[in-house]
Design a protein around this ligand. Structure first.
Ligand code: KIV
Length: 274
C-alpha cells in the first residue's frame, strides 16, 4: 500500500466518511467496546466504528436487560473508550430513560454525553415516537445514528427477543421510520434482527449507511457485541452470531495454569523476582 493510501486509511473516521463508504460500496465494520484496553486493541485492529453500547448493562454489569444502565454509567464507559481510540468513529448509546420523556431531557442527556466523553456521536433507539428528541439533539449539532427493528430498550413491550418486522404492518412502519430518520438528518441507522430482504430494501432506499445485526448481508455494514463474537458470553447463540474466538476457554486455561503455578511454587521463578 502506498504511503498516501495508508495515510488516507489512517485518517480519523467521520460520519461523512461513512456516507462516502456507502457510496463507494465499501462495507462498514462496527463493534462494541466499553473499556480502555479493549477499545485500544479494536481501534488499532482497524475497526471503522466503535459503539459504546448500552449492552454494557448485560456484558459489563451482568444485568438481564439494557434497561438498568444509567447515563452516568454510559458516560464512564464512553470516557474510558475515548481515551484509547485514535481512528474509529465512536458512538455512545443514550440509555433507557435518558431521552424518551421529552426532547428537552433528551438534548440535556445528549449534551452531557458529548461534553463529558468527547464521543463523536450518539445512537438512540426508536422511530416516530422519539422524532422530536432526535430533531432537538441534531439541532444542537450532535450527529445521531438511529436504531430500529429489535430495540432492546423496549424488550418489556415486545416480550421476546425474536425477529421483528416479519408482519407487513411492522415492516411498513420500520421502512417509514427509516426514511424519517434520514430526512431529519441522522447519519446512519442500525437495523437489529429483522428479515434480510427488508433490511436490504431499507439499505437500497436510503442514502445514509445502514448497519445490520442479524439483518443479513444486503446492508452497508455489520455490528456485533464484542463479548459475543470473542466467545466471552455463555448461553447466547442466535443464528446471526459468528464467534471469531473462544476467549472463555483461552482465559480459563491461562487462569488455571497460573493457579497451578502458584500452588506448585513454579511461579515466580528466580528470573521473575528482584
Ligand atoms: O448496545 C448495543 O450493543 C447495541 C448493538 C447491539 C447494536 O445497540
Amino acid at each position: 500500500m502506498s504511503v498516501a493510501k495508508r495515510d488516507l486509511e489512517n485518517r480519523k473516521v467521520t460520519t461523512h466518511r461513512l456516507i462516502e463508504m456507502k457510496r463507494r460500496g465499501e462495507k462498514i465494520s462496527m463493534l462494541t467496546a466499553y473499556d480502555y484496553s479493549m477499545a485500544r486493541i479494536i481501534d488499532e485492529a482497524g475497526m471503522d466504528v466503535i459503539l459504546v453500547g448500552d449492552s454494557a448493562s448485560n456484558v459489563m454489569a451482568g444485568n438481564v436487560t439494557t434497561l438498568p444502565i444509567t447515563l452516568d454509567q454510559m458516560i464512564y464507559h464512553g470516557k474510558s473508550v475515548m481515551k484509547a481510540v485514535k481512528r474509529a468513529l465512536v458512538a455512545v448509546d443514550l440509555p433507557f430513560g435518558s431521552y424518551q420523556g421529552n426532547s428537552k431531557e433528551a438534548v440535556a442527556s445528549a449534551i452531557r454525553v458529548m461534553k463529558e466523553t468527547h464521543a463523536d456521536c450518539l445512537k438512540l433507539e426508536g422511530g416516530e415516537e422519539i422524532r422530536d428528541s432526535i430533531v432537538r439533539i441534531l439541532s444542537a449539532g450532535i450527529p445521531v445514528m438511529g436504531h430500529l427493528g429489535l430495540t432492546p430498550q423496549s424488550i418489556n413491550k415486545f416480550g421476546t427477543y425474536t425477529v421483528r418486522a416479519k408482519e407487513e404492518a411492522e415492516a411498513e412502519k420500520l421502512l417509514s421510520d427509516a426514511h424519517m430518520l434520514e430526512e431529519i438528518g441522522c447519519f446512519g441507522v442500525v437495523l437489529e434482527k429483522i428479515p434480510a430482504a427488508l433490511a436490504a430494501q431499507v439499505a437500497s432506499e436510503l442514502t445514509i449507511p445502514v448497519i445490520g445485526i442479524g439483518a443479513g448481508g444486503g446492508v452497508d455494514g455489520q455490528v456485533l457485541v464484542m463479548h459475543d463474537m470473542l466467545g466471552l458470553t455463555q448461553g447466547f447463540s442466535p443464528r446471526f452470531l459468528r464467534r471469531y474466538a473462544d476467549l472463555e476457554n483461552i482465559i480459563t486455561g491461562a487462569v488455571q495454569a497460573y493457579i497451578e503455578d502458584v500452588k506448585t511454587l513454579d511461579f515466580p521463578n528466580e528470573k521473575e523476582q528482584y
